[in-house]
Design a protein around this ligand. Sequence first.
Ligand code: SF4
Ligand code: SF4
Length: 378
Amino acid sequence: MKNKFKWIISIFFLVLTPFIAIRHQLMGGGPSGSPSVDALCPFGGLETLPTLLKNGTYIQKITPSSFILLIAVIILTFVLGRAFCGYICPLGSIQSLITKLGKKLNIKQITLNRFFDRILRYAKYLVLFVVLFTTYKAGELILRPYDPWATFMHLTSGPEVFEEFLIGLIILIAIFISSLFIERAWCRYFCPLGAALSLTSPLRIFKIKKNNSTCINCKSCTHNCPMGLEIHSKVSPSSIECISCGECMTSCPINKTLEMKKGDISLSINKVGITIILTLVLIIGGNMVIGNFKTSLSNQTVLNENGTSNPDNIKAYMTLSDISKEFNIDSKDLLKACNLPNDTDLNKSIKELKDDFAKKGIDFEPSTLREIVKKIMK
Ligand code: SF4
Ligand code: SF4
């Protein structure tokens, strides 16, 4: 790999994200747990944006952290284009790694005919529109079971991935298989976040520029572009589709023929990586320091619906003590209604209690608790 620094950053995120997913599955979510996939996805920030602008609230599962991540990614896009896709997105990196594997296995790469390629590239804008519109209308992440990214982050959740994300799993497998033949087919044609970033990308400050006077027309740049862009015949490749990965720059045999430039200022591939890291550290780290990067909302906010606490919003990470407090139910009455022993630890999460009681042969499900609270509240 020539583009080592880029790959160090990409692999870092590729390892970090499943680590966060497993931690969340072990510890649960909520204020005392570990952040969920939804709290750490910039696309969630975009999905909640219409609701946030209209009502000043986040849709379910989305937290301020998603919105801050969205701002970080958009600022990055204004500076470097879709560098999030080129450097950070683990789904993008996995696709590129699978393509490398496919090439090693001598699997013939497919180049779509120009017409189909161009038409299909518009499909991602349709996906973006459908996702944003349906999410806004439903007021929740209604398409989450089909989301390949949410599915990927639940691969280690056991049966849940089949129960909750079956369609998402099929889409994820299709993405992996397609990557053996077409690099980043999902990113080129269908990813809604890629589409959103493409729309802001033309305003990017630094663009890939080609020096025609030194170009020997070897086409190495075009052959190595993961987004299938024809670079050798152009002065500047499409800034909408370019993911700023720098593969064209590192594959070019002639020094300074392809550069990431603004006027006379040229960014080396290492400086691109450093700019990305600094942007993330400043925006995300800065917001963490001042306490804005919240990955969970208070129980009161999560339970609240139209001004009152709704038992349907009870989460498995909440404790019986939380439920007792938020619904104003005496804890002894709650234990009695649930048929639980008096010495039940009220400060354990519902998920932990469910696991503890399952070992003793007692069935205790969050759904049962929701129904019991509903009955008590009547
Ligand atoms: S297009 Fe989508 S899947 Fe591809 S790298 Fe960008 S955000 Fe990730
Ligand atoms: S044009 Fe260059 S930087 Fe842009 S996606 Fe293709 S290889 Fe990457």
